[in-house]
Design a protein. Structure first.
Length: 135
């Protein structure tokens, strides 16, 4: 199982959010998506674990980080932007694979339990391996 914070598909979510906000034209998004599909059409993951908690939870966590660090990252204080990115991740990752686990829960134990159950169903019991999973 491979767990990662970011992937090569993230730029599609950001570009889609930029379209929603009027920062990029739909035609530009179509160009970006076309280049992406050319580069990665043979490299799409078979399985995806997509962690996408509710927007209010994400917003809360970002505000907690501001209090701890005193720093606001690029456009983090623009909640229209953050909401557009949050929704665009959903629209981008959900259709990438027919075998996607979407985690909307916020508790670590619940997330681990759901991923364990999901991954256990994909174990090849002949040689005790799990097919690649991308987080």
């Amino acid at each position: 199982i491979l767990a990662c914070d970011r992937s090569c598909h993230d730029h599609l979510a950001y570009c889609l959010a930029f379209v929603k906000l009027g920062w990029v034209s739909p035609e530009k998004y179509t160009e970006v998506r076309s280049v992406h599909e050319t580069l990665f059409h043979n490299h799409l993951p078979q399985h995806i674990v997509f962690v996408n908690p509710p927007f209010e939870y994400v917003k809360e966590k970002i505000q907690e980080r501001w209090k701890k660090t005193g720093k606001v990252k690029w456009r983090e204080d623009n909640f229209e932007y953050l909401h557009a990115v949050h929704d665009s991740y959903q629209e981008t990752y959900a259709p990438l694979s027919d075998n996607t686990l979407e985690l909307h829960c916020t508790g670590l134990e619940e997330r681990v339990s759901q991923v364990h159950e999901w991954a256990s169903q994909r174990i090849n019991h002949n040689n005790n391996t799990v097919e690649p999973v991308f987080l």
